[in-house]
Design a protein around this ligand. Sequence first.
Ligand code: E4P
Length: 232
Amino acid sequence: MKFFLDTALITEIKDALDLGMLDGVTTNPSLVAKTGKSFREVIDEILAIVPGPVSLEVTATDCAGMLREGRELRKLGKNVVVKIPLIKEGLKATKVLASEGTPVNVTLCFSATQALLAAKAGAAYISPFVGRLDDRGHEGMAIVSEIRKIYDNYAFPTEILVASVRHPLHVRDAGIMGADVATIPWKILEDMIKHPLTDLGLEQFLKDWQKVPGGMSAVLATQSKQEAVRAR
Ligand code: E4P
């Protein structure tokens, strides 16, 4: 299962890279607006350090405009994935860009039938927005399971990218259901690391370690002796 970071903030991307958990990045116009920087500046910063797929969203709403923007965005990097909204014009643009070899992330997906259309258009990724469905009283993760079943029935290669992730349970369920990717806000990735029993357990181990004569020093001393011999 791949982890993308759902952000346009370079500081968060650097933290996730440092953690070794960054397979890619997804952005959207709202996330870019939060940075206070120009789109070009944000793109350049992200592409300079992220080797994996980076989703950049078009803002045109007609097919010709989406194609124009999508082709320009794609020129900026081999790892650029063009993000296109799931509307009629978006499906047309997806079909054309996919036929040209450009990977498309079809976004703002809220039903399994929409996801089926995106797969038929040749999308590389489909982004079901599970959190926004939950917000409206629907069970967001239910559509992920439906999409998985439909894609598997027909061996569609489109990857399911669970988006609008609100908490670690969304990521857990995405994994259980066999989603290919979850795009996760940095704060939630941090929440996934934490568990109070881990903290308590570590506290106890360190307390008990104080009772071990010499602690770790004997092991570290042996190691530095061996390094000194190897260096000769
Ligand atoms: C995904 O590609 C979207 O950028 C994102 O997950 C939307 O999340 P939100 O519903 O929290 O805005």
